[in-house]
Write a protein that binds this ligand. Sequence first.
Ligand SMILES: Cc1cc2nc3c(=O)[nH]c(=O)nc-3n(C[C@H](O)[C@H](O)[C@H](O)COP(=O)(O)OP(=O)(O)OC[C@H]3O[C@@H](n4cnc5c(N)ncnc54)[C@H](O)[C@@H]3O)c2cc1C
Length: 531
Amino acid sequence: MNNPQTVDVLIVGAGPSGSALAIDLVRRGLDVRIVDRSPHAFDGSRAKGIQPRSLEVLEDLGALDDVLAGGDIYPKLGLHAGPIGVPWKMFPHKEATPDVPYPNTWLIPQFRTDRALHVRLGELGREVEFGKELTELTQDEDTVVATVVGADGVEEIVARYAVGADGGSSAVRKQLDIGFVGTTDEADRVLIVDASVSGLARNRWHMWPGLGGKLIGACPIPDSDMFQWMIRLTSDEKPPQEIGAIIDRIHSHTRNRHIQLHEIHWKSVFRPNIRLAEHYGRGRVFLVGDAAHVHTPAGAQGLNTGMQDGYNLGWKLGQVLAGADPALLGTYEAERQPIAAGVLGLSTEKWGGIAKLDPSSMKRGKDEQQLALTYFGGPLAPADNMRTGTLRVGDRAPDARLLGAAETRLFALFQGPHFTAIAYGPDAARDLELLDWPTTGAPLKRLTVGPAAGDGRAFSDLENTLRSAYGLTGDTLLLIRPDGYIGHIATRDFLTTTQAAVWAMTPQTRSRTMSQLSQPSHAYPGSGVPE
Ligand SMILES: Cc1cc2nc3c(=O)[nH]c(=O)nc-3n(C[C@H](O)[C@H](O)[C@H](O)COP(=O)(O)OP(=O)(O)OC[C@H]3O[C@@H](n4cnc5c(N)ncnc54)[C@H](O)[C@@H]3O)c2cc1C
């Protein structure tokens, strides 16, 4: 703490999970370093499906515009069983609604998603330190010491916390000696190739089934002449290396000689590992993303789950660094590990279905979109809490349209590192005014909403979009966590029950007067959010 070289958080790995976490921490005013062993950002298309919930997260982190500009909605599947391609709707195409602004899975190559995150991090004044590899990690009660090797030699980085976002073969996880439990099917390998292609319609995600699920798929990468090819290899097959051999492999499987590959931009062979870390951290070190969970690509969940790990951990690290009870960090594993366990089951089922040529395995819907993920019943969302007509504590807080000085969206008001309290109705509004909030840690934005304009509340719910999405039937006080999940619902006893929920998630400064007397050693810089 007294060492000027000590940073708040060291992040190892600048893929989507580490980069999303870095943005969240830096916007909280924390001193963060993010290192990556690769000499440059990842340049493959690998994870190309961004789910609706992740689009909401990206909006909050300030990286959504670039992600929307760099992608498109998914085309229909083109199933080739013989000479004809049969169109097949994989994703239901939905219109945006007031509560779900981004209802469709977004197609964008991972190199553009990573770039959007790195650009956003740069806007916040922090750059990824490429070409620096973590080789060793030790920790004591107060700090973590990481040995990092780069072109300039060996460096020791001292941090109050460290996070391993270093992918499936995570060095951080190995340093922590945390088991990675599951299976790897060595016989199941997929060659992925990003290539410039001609002779293939770009309005379809083409699939050519094969026996035992040994299919070939070709998905067009938006705003490019590239397709992402997935060639599921037979168990004894040597992956073709050169462009000519890859073209021959495609021609012999698809029987379509019009297809031409002109340039290979990236390729890789992967084995679908299905593994979950036994723990999501140890002491002052945590794991996010593929470092904590890996599975098949079916269902497009890995990148999404990884970014949302970071989004869950970020505010908790910020709060604990500002003086909240470190037990808050224990809720990270309790909330996120069950989500990953569910993802492993979902993607394994879909992957197995593809092998059996089961058409339902090609369908994508609610389970994949991650909008219904909930922390209900977890340590911050006890199941015996009050609920509304549609929502329970721990559920995702939906968007809504409100009228204040101008028309606005609830998500625009959520945007930033703060908590938000929404008081609906006069009794809830009166108690919200009395709610005590510490002066350190994430600030609170207080919103008072009434059903109609001119009833004295700052916002009105003229179209009833809040009332309907939140299932409100009378006065209600809602506390929304910085990651957009419901932290507390009070339909009565507004002040006492909300205040108790607040203490579990904020620095232990019980009143404004007390907090001034006992500033934690690391004050959480304000984010300019008015109370
Ligand atoms: C074919 C395929 C398709 C996929 N499709 C989807 C999809 O559509 N949607 C989806 O959500 N997911 C998908 N995934 C999964 C997705 O790619 C991963 O889940 C995602 O990349 C994980 O992000 P991450 O940041 O956790 O790890 P990574 O992206 O693996 O990043 C880890 C970073 O850590 C760095 N690193 C590693 N070791 C060290 C070290 N010792 N020191 C410093 N740095 C280190 C690496 O260089 C790397 O940059 C797909 C995967 C595959 C293989």
